[in-house]
Each structure stands twice: as C-alpha cells, then as structure tokens.
Design a protein around this ligand. Structure first.
Ligand SMILES: Cc1ncc(COP(=O)(O)O)c(C=O)c1O
Length: 428
C-alpha cells in the first residue's frame, strides 16, 4: 500500500469543476491582482477567524513581515519567539533588522511556553516604567513584540501570553500559518476564540499544504484594528495611497485574484476538511493506543490540549498546569465538547525517529520532519550568539518528532496500514 504524506490530487478531483469555473471568471475579467475576488476572500476569512478585517497578502511569510512593518519593528528592537518553528517566523523579524529573542517550547504542545517568556523577561530584561518599555539588559534592545506560533494547528497558551504582553507593553503577532480555524478557550471571552483573533494580528498562510491551500503562494493578516487594517493595505501596495503617492515604504505583498478565487471555493469546504482531519487524528490515536506502543514508550502521539471530554485525550494526560477541575456532570476540562486542534499536521514523538522514517519510506508511507534543526542553530543566525543546548525542548522536538499523513481524504485502511508498519518497525 502507498500512503503519501499529502494527496492534493484527491481533493482537487472532488471540486475540480467549481475551481475551473472560479478561475475562468478571473480570466474573463482579466483582473489579476487584488480586486473583488480578493475582497470577497477577505470578507469571508476575517469573520471566520473572529476578526473584523482581513488583508490578503502574497504569503504567510509576508503576512508576518507586513504585520511587523506596520508596527515599525526594526533595528534596535527585538521580538520574542520560538526556535522550533518554520524559518519565516524568525526570518521575517531578522530581515527587518530587528533581533529575534528565542525562548523554549512546551514539550507537550510544541508551542511557546509562557513560563519561558516569563523567565526570559525576569532574568534578561528590565522594564522601564517611565518609558513603558521592556529593555534587554545585555544589549539595550527594546523588546517590542511576541510571536507565538500555533504549531501544527493547535493554539499556543494565549491567556498567559496576552497577560505578559499587557504587562510589558508588547505587540502580539499570532503566527497562525498552520492554524486557520483553530480554537482556544480564552477565559476572558467566556467562550473559545479562534487563532488570529487574540493578539493584535493573526498571520495565515495559504501554502498548498495548509488546511486552506491555494494553487501557489498566498496569505492573510487578520486584525480588528481598523487603523492597522488600513495601514496593512497601504503597506502591501508599496506604501502608496493613492497610487504613486507613498506615505510609507512598503512592498509588493499583494494577493493574486486567481489565488483568491481558488481559495474562496476551497473555503466552503474548510470545516468539512478540518472535521475529517480531526476524525483521522482520533482514529490514529485509538490505533496507537491499541498498539501498545505508547505504554512501551516507543511513540508519543500528539496531545490536543485545548479540548476535552474525549476518550482519546484523558485529562490525566494533560500537564497539571493545563488542567482544570472537572465540573459536575462533565467529563472534565473547560468545555466537554470543545475541539481546538485543526491538525494541519499529526506529529508523533518517536524513539529511533530517523530509522523509523526510513523504514516507513521503504514501506510506502510518506512522512516529514518538521523541523530538523531549530532556528537558534541555523547558520544564518550565528551572530545571535546561541549554541546547542540553549533550548533543550526545541532541540529534543527537532530530534524526535515525525509528521504522519493526516490529510482529509485519508482512508481508515491507510491509517491502519501506517500504524501496523510503525508497530512492525518496533517489533524488530
Ligand atoms: C509556522 C509557519 N509560519 C510561517 C509560514 C510561512 O508561510 P508561507 O509559506 O505561506 O510563506 C509557514 C509556512 O509553512 C509556517 O508553517
């Protein structure tokens, strides 16, 4: 049996006719950049993410870049983020002449650990009350923002992050590239909030492998700040408004109408596809549980922290600091029906990870390692002065994790095959 990591052709076949129709409309209009198709997508995605405004941009990377740019984050300034993420989270900070300050991740969620932020701030920074500014002691750099990444489709611990951001006057730019529609039980809101609606900005990617993926690059910034939304729109078109009159130095960060047309068609199916991914994750979890591999310590399936009441995610598996006492009549947790993870990736921790990956490849199973070398160890960031051992949880995750196929069209038999092959690997 062959089980690819991702099968985009399967999805394409199911909605081919609609996609061609939408693309043809763009071709007939000969309006290729921004315009009504982009506006329609923005008007659909922004409320879906719990925001008032959406600004379509050229990629998830450019979404991060432009959010930093409108907040004028640059030389002499710093941004707190994680080293265990896709490159552009920190790359976009660095490209603007600002300094990424890395802090470690939570080993269960793989997301930024608010305790690491607190430790960093308390040990390495001073808060200047008169100026309302957080200053890095060693360098004098002014820390301006935090970029939490909602990695693999699960929200970072946003209530603690927002509290810290408020205390230290920091901008919060959510890297939701992998997390469109992911939910978080934000306590102050009384119910759940979606990725991209809790910080000042949400940054999304429409890279083809994302839950909502285009036929090329694309992205969006979400915000509920009207002034910022307006500025983002100006910034994505070289900082000009009207055309040829430049208030700011922006760039070409525009989204194409063809991408927006494709994405608007796919958007209608997003919830159905996300549900399928969730079902697939639940099925994998039950298969792994039955396999005995977890008890033997060979593999550790992903934990969906921001959900509860499910047999596959007992409260006992959630670290105490994430746990809430069970309310009467409920299975435990914040809301028994709550499902937050959107499973852009289903990532296991595995003993002898690299050997397992080779074995699975030989048996027709596609996998991927996200991400094999944490950012603080990347050659291009040598001047930041980090070294191996600085972020043990990030380094461990980079050495031990493996993404398995989780796409919506995956058949139960394919998942059974994947888990059977993982079992046969450890049986040898
Ligand atoms: C966490 C994260 N941030 C940012 C990006 C950048 O998005 P894009 O590839 O659309 O530029 C990605 C995409 O892979 C990502 O996974």
């Amino acid at each position: 049996m062959k089980v690819p990591l991702l099968d985009l052709k399967a999805q394409y076949q199911t909605i081919k006719h609609e996609l061609w129709q939408a693309m043809e409309e763009v071709l007939e209009s000969q309006h290729f950049i921004l315009g009504p198709k982009v506006e329609a997508l923005e008007e659909a995605v922004a409320p879906y993410c719990g925001c008032q405004y959406g600004v379509g941009v050229s990629s998830g990377t450019d979404a991060l870049l432009i959010a930093l740019m409108v907040k004028q984050i640059g030389p002499g300034q710093g941004v707190i983020t994680v080293p265990y993420t896709f490159f552009s989270t920190a790359g976009s900070v660095y490209r603007l002449g600002a300094t990424p300050f890395f802090v470690d991740i939570d080993p269960v969620t793989y997301n930024i650990d608010p305790r690491s932020i607190k430790n960093f701030v308390e040990a390495e920074c001073n808060f200047d009350y008169a100026a309302g500014a957080l200053l890095h002691k060693g360098s004098g750099i002014k820390i301006r923002a935090i970029i939490p990444v909602h990695l693999y489709g699960q929200c970072a611990e946003m209530d603690s992050i927002m509290e810290l951001a408020k205390e230290y006057h920091l901008v919060v730019i959510e890297d939701g590239a992998q997390a469109i529609g992911a939910e978080y039980p934000f306590e102050n809101h009384g119910s759940s909030s979606r990725a991209g609606s809790m910080g000042d900005f949400g940054c999304f990617s429409f890279f083809p492998s994302k839950n909502l993926g285009g036929f090329g690059d694309g992205g969006m910034v979400t915000t509920s700040d009207r002034e910022m939304a307006e500025k983002l729109k100006i910034m994505r078109a070289h900082g000009s408004k009207p055309k040829y009159y430049h208030h700011l130095v922006g760039g070409n960060f525009r989204l194409d109408a063809l991408q927006a047309a494709v994405l608007s068609v796919k958007f209608k199916y997003l919830d159905t596809w996300t549900d399928k991914r969730r079902q697939n994750a639940a099925y994998y979890n039950s298969l792994f549980q039955q396999s005995g591999l977890i008890e033997k310590g060979f593999i550790f399936p992903p934990k969906a922290i921001w959900e509860s009441g499910s047999a596959i995610n007992p409260q006992s598996a959630i670290p105490a600091r994430h746990r809430e006492p069970a309310r009467s009549g409920e299975a435990g947790g914040r809301n028994p029906k709550f499902v937050g993870h959107i499973y852009n990736q289903y990532v296991i921790r595995a003993k002898r990870r690299d050997e397992l990956r080779t074995y699975l490849r030989e048996h027709g199973v596609g996998t991927e390692i996200y991400y094999p070398l944490p950012l603080h160890q990347q050659e291009c960031f040598v001047e930041l002065g980090y070294k191996a051992g600085d972020f043990p949880e990030s380094e461990k995750a980079a050495a031990e994790t493996l993404a398995l196929p989780i796409y919506p069209e995956l058949e139960p038999a394919q998942m059974e095959y994947v888990v059977a092959r993982v079992s046969s690997f450890y049986a040898n």
